[in-house]
Design a protein around this ligand. Structure first.
Ligand SMILES: [Zn+2]
Length: 423
């Protein structure tokens, strides 16, 4: 058997030494209990305010799960004191290797937390020989400490969007930092109050003052919330949402021209909806020919299709007058076409021209809006049934911020002590 000094070296917990080892090899999972004690004691630190004191009220054995030694699961046993702190009253003694109230050591927590980002919590729990609940709490603590240690940024562009959750009409409002592509906050419903709460709760006054533009859809309550909370910020309408309206108008033309025009035409137009709603650039080969045949059968549908395709140019101008001139030209092309659906779309564009043309001055990254939305949907799908919204928000932040992009980042997360100093 080695000496206690050698065990202490293997354990490697600064400020603690091994007092006694107890092997429990009879259990289904062989376990090693390591009794440890402080060394070089100069008073006991209060877990509330870190102040040191000698006034100990009582002491009690407590246990923490730690990294395994070979195939032995390890439990640390330590007689933790309760101190009478002059400022906080009776508090437990501060422990260097674990957070207050945590039942796993900080270095094990880091491992579990990292594992949970690439595997289900249940798998991570089995892997580290702990219960599911402990693994979940460890993951939460891991994400919280990561989030708390991050610098506060001041994004110029924000995104406010609604996400449908589950079946039925239940929504979440998601606030995003569009410059860095990160989720900032999550709130129930899609009311004015939910966005106002996010803007005031997730951002401080300095951060709010730095916001130049907010990218959102045409949802009235959101516009009100932005106007009230961020009076200096400008609204930029999300390109994706605007084009969605255009596609809806095109679909209406298709319905009008084919389905309300007798059996023969109906047969021609059958099953072409998705093909028609796709952008010309993404249609290839035989599908292109199919589309051309459809247009040959109905010129008005072709006109509507071209008019929609042209709308892409709304976001190519450097000056707002350019956008307006383009829209006027678009209206001109529409004249005498007898396409009431597209005329309706034109009216819609004209009433929202400010939010569309605002893109000239605030080139919001529309691609980020879409990629963040896709990430959010993925996380929500994997976390289905997750009741804890704070936890879901942490998961979303992690998934969109992608803090691990290289082996070096990974190593940084493994060494918990470097990130969160004990002292
Ligand atoms: Zn204290």
């Amino acid at each position: 058997m080695g000496s206690r000094a050698e065990y202490t070296k293997i354990l490697g917990l600064e400020g603690y030494r091994v007092k006694q080892l107890t092997f429990d090899t009879e259990a289904p999972t062989p376990r090693l209990h390591i009794r440890i004690e402080r060394r070089g004691v100069r008073g006991h630190a209060c877990s509330g305010c870190r102040r040191r004191t000698w006034r100990v009220r009582d002491a009690k054995d407590r246990t923490w799960e730690d990294l395994p030694w070979g195939n032995l699961q390890v439990t640390l046993v330590y007689q933790q004191r309760r101190v009478r702190c002059p400022t906080c009253g009776i508090r437990t003694e501060r422990i260097g290797f674990a957070d207050p109230l945590a039942r796993v050591t900080r270095r094990l927590r880091q491992l579990i937390g990292l594992d949970c980002q690439s595997m289900p919590t249940s798998h991570a729990a089995v892997r580290h020989g702990i219960s599911w609940g402990k693994a979940r709490r460890a993951e939460r603590a891991f994400l919280q400490s990561w989030d708390a240690a991050r610098p506060k940024r001041r994004p110029r562009h924000l995104g406010a969007d609604e996400i449908q959750r589950g079946k039925g009409y239940r929504f979440w409002t998601v606030l995003t930092d569009l410059v860095h592509g990160e989720v900032l906050g999550l709130a129930r419903d899609r009311t004015e109050a939910s966005l106002t709460g996010l803007l005031t709760g997730c951002l401080d006054a300095r951060q709010r003052a730095a916001v130049e533009a907010v990218c959102t859809d045409m949802h009235r309550p959101y516009l009100n919330a932005v106007a009230e909370t961020l009076p200096k910020a400008e609204i930029v309408f999300d390109k994706f949402h605007v084009l969605q309206h255009a596609s809806a108008a095109l679909d209406e033309v298709r319905r009008h021209e084919f389905f309300r025009a007798g059996t023969v035409m109906r047969a021609v137009g059958r099953g072409k909806r998705w093909l028609l709603l796709r952008r010309w650039a993404t249609v290839r080969g035989s599908k292109r020919r199919e589309l051309q045949e459809l247009f040959a059968a109905n010129r008005r549908l072709f006109r509507a299709y071209v008019l929609r395709e042209q709308l892409d140019r709304l976001w190519t101008y450097k000056k707002r007058t350019g956008v307006l001139n383009f829209l006027m030209g678009w209206f001109k092309a529409l004249r005498w076409q007898r396409l009431p659906e597209m005329e309706g779309l034109g009216d819609f564009l004209l009433t929202h021209i400010n939010g569309i043309a605002a893109y000239c001055d605030h080139a919001v990254r529309f691609g980020v809006v879409e990629s963040v939305n896709a990430t959010i949907k993925g996380v929500i799908r994997r976390a289905r049934g997750m009741r804890d919204e704070q936890f879901l928000l942490l998961k979303l932040k992690w998934a969109t911020a992608r803090p691990i992009r290289s082996a070096r980042d990974y190593r940084r997360f493994l060494s918990a002590e470097a990130l969160h100093s004990n002292r």
